[in-house]
Design a protein around this ligand. Sequence first.
Ligand SMILES: NC(=O)c1ccc[n+]([C@@H]2O[C@H](COP(=O)([O-])OP(=O)(O)OC[C@H]3O[C@@H](n4cnc5c(N)ncnc54)[C@H](OP(=O)(O)O)[C@@H]3O)[C@@H](O)[C@H]2O)c1
Length: 339
Amino acid sequence: MFKKKDMYTVAVVGATGAVGNEMVSILDERDFPVSELKAYASERSIGKKIDYKGSEIPVNGLTESAFNEVDIALFSAGSDSSRQWAPVAASNGCVVIDNSSAWRMDPEVPLIVPEVNYEEILKHKGIISNPNCSTIQMVVPLKAIYDEVGIERIVVSTYQSVSGSGQKGVNELSEQVTDLLNLRDVNAGVYPHQIAFNCLPHIDEFLESGYTKEEMKMVNETKRILGDDSIGITATAVRVPVFMCHSESVNIETKSRISANEVRALLSSCAGVTVFDAPERDVYPMAIDASGRDDIYVGRIREDDSVDNGINMWIVADNLRKGAALNAVQIAEHLIDLT
Ligand SMILES: NC(=O)c1ccc[n+]([C@@H]2O[C@H](COP(=O)([O-])OP(=O)(O)OC[C@H]3O[C@@H](n4cnc5c(N)ncnc54)[C@H](OP(=O)(O)O)[C@@H]3O)[C@@H](O)[C@H]2O)c1
């Protein structure tokens, strides 16, 4: 049972990874009430240290006793570790906030984006799930439009950075760029093809339907978070040679008409969203600007006259922050507030 305290023992599982590293920074930046920070990763990282508020925290491997006296565990160590260890942590009375896809569609586990459905947090039974990064940045602005005029259908195409594949994706793009610029052969390991100077319409595994798991995560998680199975959603997920931030082209058909100006006004007062939309001055959201920032940036807002009630927009956010670590820490903050 989670109890309100002044300070909390927090564990970061996957602390040496791209998301885990961001979690540790964000806990510090937001002055999260941490009495003790514990860092866990795979056996490979035992003996390493991470920096937190100027102290060196040792990285340990996971054991049955790892979660004794831990209040909140932020997991970002992949689905297999989450399936194995999140129930162990929860049975020790710790609340797990999990970034993997392991629990996202489990009806017993709330799937939370605080700006959209923070009240659902209290339904947790020890595990709370963080949605997929591409889903989070799309549902925050869409929720405001959904509440105002309803949404009939969503067509989304993503342009996802290599940090979405973790540190190994970042390393692969940087090595391939260096190799190509030095006229050396390129090695592809993380992705099935060269990612440098290329776009891959392939994220996660292909399903029999021809869609990828990443595309279906966007479809299923969006319906679950907005609490509406009737919305038609189709997604194409593309990996692009960008280090940080995911960009998305989103086309929606609303139930009743809304103008581009009304969408701009609506999103301008939406928590966690910055409207960045002045095409006459070449102002629109870009990955290089959103990197390291907390907000979700929306621009290129325009009416789609090919349907009765259509709106197009371009949405960009830092996948490691709002798409993962920041959303998880915000869930923990709301958990404390609601308790
Ligand atoms: N990257 C994103 O934009 C993003 C966004 C949303 C969600 N996520 C999810 O967050 C998770 C981590 O992603 P990432 O991008 O941070 O990957 P990453 O950079 O590859 O980091 C993975 C982390 O998990 C640890 N780990 C791996 N196997 C483990 C095990 N058996 N036991 C304990 N720790 C283990 C790794 O430890 P070692 O260093 O010791 O190998 C590392 O700390 C994934 O589930 C991913 O789907 C990622």
